[in-house]
Design a binder for this molecule. Structure first.
Ligand code: IMO
Ligand code: MG
Length: 423
């Protein structure tokens, strides 16, 4: 059996949560492989909607094991709040969620360092979610990190204190106002770490491979998006993990040869939250219309998202980096009623037309657009392919031709029912 992967192809917030929840029905296991509580994966069923930050989006499906992989960074306080809220819905979260012994922990001083780094950058700030992600991954690759496994061992307090002292020395170099009470947050963290220890802590690399050997497919759930990948995104305006397909291998201990389908999730337009280049960004009424109709406000931070037209060069780049085999198009219903819909097909940079994503994040990029006629009617009420307006079908066909990848699933609203599987 194979490890199928769901990835965001843009700047995050593509709708990965809804899709993983939708697909999870067919998978015995779902696994998060990178990122941490910077993610906000929204799922709606009937009247209930829920935002997940660290727990995989298969948690609401009966029978599925949900693994938090070694590539994830976990904040015990956020994890506990999330699990208690899931449990309040009657979901047996403790039976369904298992955590990799090799996953790294976010401690309160990571969050302070995140805030201090951002304050020091001033106008050049990344626009981080302030969840401590960058500092936690820095400690991981810098070989200072604390892991889930450490939590369960006798020398944990000492390791914690050593790391905390290193952080305190760095924090002393900054002049900035602490965004929360550290002593209080640390006391809470210690309690929440005890709660975390009551979960099944596993050698996830053995469990994932054993599942595959036993003929059970796993769905890997990406967080963030390809353009936020630490290597291939718009560095330094990125997150600190590998959001591309390769991250699923290192974040779960599964070999590349075991990867099956690679589902690339993208919105029919683009959004970005935080700083960094966004070639098709709209600063006008159209951008506002996308924001309002698409409810484009951050699920983790509440920040209004920047909005713009679909960016084909970026989409092709993401498809290339991750070897995407099927596309999943989200939220085309937000474009209902537009007279024309634009798509950026190339960039003009310094008088040269190109479809390559530039290395230079400060390059002046002018999008070269192609216009498509809009469609009439309400996509959100379509349940079959046959009901889709011709203009919308032409829009899909163009994207398939440009990327060379079929659009296999259309999501036309937040509900599970508003999903069409094609061909
Ligand atoms: P999901 O999984 C959208 C952005 C932040 C910031 C940059 C770095 O819901 O798609 P970080 O806190 O990771 O150091 O912030 O990355 N960012 C996201 N944007 N969706 C996300 O996750 C994001 N996670 C981080 O806004 O620009
Ligand atoms: Mg999000």
């Amino acid at each position: 059996m194979k490890l199928d992967v769901v990835l965001g192809l843009q700047w995050g917030d593509e709708g990965k949560g809804k899709i993983v929840d939708f697909l999870a029905e067919r998978y015995p296991a779902v696994a998060r492989f990178q990122g941490g509580p910077n993610a906000g994966h929204s799922i709606r069923f009937g009247e209930t909607s829920f935002v997940l930050h660290s727990v995989p989006s298969g948690v609401f499906r009966k029978g599925a094991i949900n693994i938090i992989g070694n590539g994830v960074v976990l904040d015990p306080t956020i994890f506990r709040q999330e699990c208690e809220a899931i449990e309040a819905l009657g979901v047996p979260v403790r039976e369904r969620v298992k955590i990799a012994r090799r996953a790294h922990l976010i401690i309160p001083t990571h969050k302070l360092l995140d805030a201090a780094d951002e304050a020091a950058l001033g106008k050049a700030k990344i626009g981080s979610t302030l969840k401590g992600i960058g500092p936690a991954y820095s400690d991981k690759t810098g070989r200072n990190g604390l892991r889930m496994g450490d939590l369960c061992e006798a020398g944990f307090q000492e390791k914690y204190e050593t790391l905390r002292r290193k952080h305190a020395a760095r924090l002393a170099q900054y002049q900035f106002e602490y965004p929360f009470d550290l002593a209080e947050a640390e006391a809470q963290w210690m309690k929440d770490a005890e709660y975390l220890k009551t979960f099944d802590i596993i050698d996830a690399e053995y469990e994932t491979n054993a599942l595959l050997d036993a003929g059970k497919a796993i769905l890997a759930e990406g967080a963030q998006g390809s353009m936020l990948d630490v290597d291939f995104g718009s560095y330094p305006f990125v997150t600190s993990s590998s959001t591309a397909c390769a991250g699923a291998c290192t974040g779960l201990g599964v070999a590349p040869s075991r990867i099956g389908k690679v589902y690339g999730v993208f919105k029919a337009y683009c959004t970005r939250v935080g700083s960094g280049p966004f070639p098709t960004e709209l600063f006008d009424e159209t951008g506002e219309r996308l924001r309002q109709r698409g409810h484009e406000f951050g699920a983790t931070t509440g920040r209004p998202r920047r909005t713009g037209w679909l960016d084909i060069p970026a989409l092709k780049y993401a498809v290339m980096i991750s070897g995407v085999t099927e596309l999943i198009m989200m939220k085309a219903d937000v474009l209902d009623g537009f007279d024309t819909v634009k798509v950026c097909c190339d960039y003009r940079i310094g008088g040269v037309t190109t479809d390559r994503v530039p290395y230079d994040v400060y390059a002046e990029v002018e999008p070269v657009y192609r216009e498509f006629p809009g469609w009439k009617g309400d996509l959100g009420s379509c349940r079959t392919e046959a009901e889709l307006p011709d203009e919308f079908r032409a829009y899909i066909r163009f994207i398939e031709e440009a990327t060379g990848v079929p659009v296999r699933i259309l999501s036309l609203g937040p509900d599970r029912e508003q999903t069409i599987i094609r061909g």
